[in-house]
Design a protein. Structure first.
Length: 360
C-alpha cells in the first residue's frame, strides 16, 4: 500500500512490472533509481507523488508549457466517433501536456501538443491501443499575436430600446508589456466616474477578447490595459454594459496598436557523425535556425540551435537521410518571437482562407 500525497488517499499496488518495449517483466520490489510501472492504481494522475504512508513526501509538481502545435482529426464513422471520445478522455488524463479542443467555427476536434512527434504518437495510440480509425489533418503551428505601440483610447457603449438601456464609457491605455506576462489589467480611476463594482467586468471583457487576435485570430499576449477614466449612468449602467464596452474597445484599439504575429521558437539539440556536421548546420540554416553551439562528443558532434517550429516539420526524416540513419535530435519549446513579414503575411492569409471556408 502506498500513499498518494496529492489526494491524501492510499492506493493498493496490484503488480510491479518493468517495461521493455511491449514486454513486461514482473518485479517483487522496486528500489531507488528503478523505473517501473505500477498496475492496479485507481485515482493516480501524472504529477502525483506516491510515498510510504509512514514516511510521506511530496515532490515538486511538474510545470507543463502550453502546446505549440495542433492537428485536426475526424472519426471515419459514428462508431469510431463514440470510441474516439472515450479514448481521448483517457489520454488527456494521462498526459497533462496534451490538450483537446473543439473548433468553434468548424466543429473539428483539435489535438494540441508539444511537437510533431508528440502528436504522431497520440494518433498512433488512438489507432493501435484504442482501435479508433481517424482521418488526420495537416499540423498547425500555435502562433500568437501581440502589440508594439502604446495607444490611449475611449469607447462608449450605449443602447436604448425602451425601458432601461445600457450605458458604459471607458477611457483606457493599451500598451505592450513584458514578454511572457500574458495579460495585465490596472485601474487608475479616481473618484466615482467608473464605480469599483464595474472594474472586474471591464477586466473580464478585455481578458476574454485576448483569446482572438485582430490579425489572424490567434490569442493575443503580453498586453497591458490601464483604465484611466470613464462615465456611468445611475439607471442604465451595469456590469454587462461595461463588459461589452471593453470587448468593443479591444476590437477598436488593437488594430491601432501595431499588432504583430509571433511564432514559437524551439530549442533543437542534434547529434550527428563528424562527416555530416556541415550538412546538418546548412540544413538548420535553411530552416531559419540560429546555431547556438557546436561541440565534439564521443559519438560525433552535438549541435544546439534555435529554430522556428513551422520550419521543423518533417525534420526527423531529413536528418536520417543526411546522416544515413545515424543522426538523432530532440526538440523542446523555447520562446515566442516576432515573425518575419513574409511569414506573418502567409499566416494571416491562410487564417482568412480557413475562416472563409468555414462560413460556406
Amino acid at each position: 500500500t502506498v500513499l498518494n500525497t496529492f489526494t491524501g488517499k492510499t492506493e493498493r499496488v496490484g503488480r510491479i512490472v518493468e517495461m521493455h518495449a511491449n514486454n513486461r517483466e514482473e518485479r517483487d520490489t522496486a528500489h531507488a533509481g528503478d523505473i517501473v510501472a505500477l498496475l492496479g492504481l485507481k485515482n493516480v494522475q501524472t504529477g502525483h507523488t506516491l510515498a510510504d504512508p509512514n514516511n510521506p513526501a511530496t515532490l515538486e509538481p511538474m510545470v507543463f508549457p502550453d502546446p505549440v502545435i495542433s492537428i485536426a482529426i475526424a472519426p471515419k464513422d459514428k462508431i469510431n466517433a463514440e470510441k474516439m471520445g472515450i479514448a481521448i478522455g483517457k489520454m488527456v488524463q494521462e498526459d497533462p501536456s496534451f490538450r483537446v479542443e473543439t473548433d468553434e467555427d468548424s466543429g473539428e476536434t483539435i489535438l494540441k501538443g508539444m511537437g510533431e512527434l508528440h502528436l504522431d504518437i497520440k494518433v498512433d495510440i488512438l489507432k493501435r491501443t484504442h482501435g479508433v480509425q481517424v482521418e488526420v489533418g495537416k499540423p498547425q503551428v500555435a502562433y500568437r499575436e501581440t502589440i508594439t505601440q502604446r495607444v490611449e483610447d475611449t469607447y462608449t457603449h450605449k443602447k436604448q430600446s425602451g425601458g432601461s438601456g445600457q450605458f458604459g464609457r471607458i477611457d483606457y491605455i493599451v500598451e505592450p508589456s513584458e514578454s511572457g506576462s500574458g495579460f495585465t489589467f490596472e485601474s487608475k480611476v479616481v473618484g466615482g466616474n467608473v464605480p469599483k463594482e464595474y472594474w472586474p467586468a471591464i477586466e473580464k471583457g478585455f481578458r476574454q477578447s485576448m483569446d482572438r487576435g485582430v490579425l489572424a485570430e490567434y490569442p493575443t499576449v503580453d498586453v497591458k490595459v490601464t483604465l484611466t477614466d470613464g462615465a456611468f449612468h445611475a439607471v442604465d449602467s451595469s456590469a454587462v454594459a461595461f463588459e461589452i464596452a471593453a470587448r468593443s474597445g479591444y476590437r477598436q484599439t488593437l488594430p491601432k496598436a501595431g499588432p504583430q504575429m509571433l511564432e514559437p521558437i524551439m530549442k533543437v539539440d542534434v547529434f550527428c557523425p563528424d562527416d555530416n556536421v556541415g550538412d546538418v548546420i546548412g540544413d538548420l540554416n535553411r530552416r531559419r535556425g540560429i546555431i547556438k553551439s557546436q561541440e565534439t562528443v564521443p559519438t560525433g558532434v552535438r549541435v544546439k540551435a534555435d529554430a522556428p517550429l513551422s520550419d521543423m516539420f518533417g525534420y526527423i526524416g531529413d536528418l536520417r537521410s543526411m546522416t544515413s540513419g545515424r543522426g538523432q535530435f530532440s526538440m523542446e519549446f523555447s520562446h515566442y518571437e516576432a515573425c518575419p513579414k513574409n511569414i506573418a503575411d502567409q499566416v494571416i492569409t491562410e487564417a482568412q482562407a480557413r475562416k472563409a471556408a468555414t462560413k460556406k
